[in-house]
Design a protein around this ligand. Sequence first.
Ligand SMILES: [Zn+2]
Length: 317
Amino acid sequence: MNLRTVLGDVSVELVDRVLPHEHLLCDFSPVTGDRNHIFNNPALAVRELGYMNEDVPPAQGAQHAIVEVTLRDLGRDPEGMRRISRESGTHVVMGTGWYLEPYYPKQVYEISAERHAAQMIEEIEEGVLAADGTRIRAGVIGEIGTHGSTLSPAEERVLRAAGRASNATGAAVTTHAFMYPTGVDQLSILEEEGVDPRRIAIGHVDTFLDHAYLTGLLNRGVYLQFDTCGREHLMPDSLRVEMLVRLIDEGWVDSLLISSDRCHMTDLKIRGGLGYSWAIAGFCDLLRSAGVAESAVSQLTRENPLRLLTGVRSANV
Ligand SMILES: [Zn+2]
C-alpha cells in the first residue's frame, strides 16, 4: 500500500503519524484581508516541521506525513511543498481541486463538472509540471468546501467533479464543512456520484459537535475529521476529547481522524502557537488522560488516515 506524496509514491511502512488536514503554504488574505492568514514561507515551514519531529520523533526509518490541503485558490505551491518535504524529512501529500466561494477564480465558474474532474484526474495521475520539467502528483482531492450552510451551484459542481475524480483514481475526497452541518449535503452529492464512503473524510466536524449529526454521517460509512485540534476559539479541546471518547466507546474508532488545520502565522511555534505537533502530541495526551487506549490513539493518527489515503491506483504512471 502506497501513499502518493510530492516526492513520489511511498510504502506505508515508511510513514509514521499522519496529519490529514494541514496547510504549509497558503494565503487566505485576498478574501479574509488578514495578514496573519498569509502563510507562505517554505523556510519557516521546514523549521516548524523540525519542531514537530523533535516533539514526536518518527519511528526509525519512517517519516511523519502532512496532508497539505491548500488548493490553487488558496495559493497552492507544489514546488514549495516538494522543497519543504525534502528539507524537513516529512512526507507531504498534495491536494487537487478548488476550495470554496468566494475564493474561486473566474475560470471555476466557466467549466463543467466533467472538465473539473478531468483536471483533478490529470493532477493525480500525471501531476503538475514543475519548472525543472518534472511532475508533482496530487494524492488527495480537497479540501473541497461549502462556504456557508448550503452549497452554491459552483460548489456543487466542484464537489461532483471531486466525486468523479475519486471514482476514476481511487483518491480520497477531503471536505471543508465548517461551523454548519454541511457534511450531510456534501455526502449526499458524493453518494449520488457513487463514491465509496471509505474514500471520504468530512472535515472540520469538530466545529459543529452535535452527536446526532456526527453519528448520522458515520452510519453512512465515512470518516469524520476532527481537524481543528488546539483551536480553542473555535471549540475547546475538552469538548473535542469528550466527543471522541463517546464515539470511540460507541465503536467508531476506525472512522475517526485528527489534525490541526494550521493556516495562521500565529499557529506556528515560533510565533507562540501550538505548531504541527499538537494533534499528535498534546492532544493525544488529553485523549490518553481521558482513558483512550494507545491502540486507539494509533488508529486515529496512523492506521485510519493511511487506510483512507492509500487507495490511489497506479494506472497510467
Ligand atoms: Zn478548511
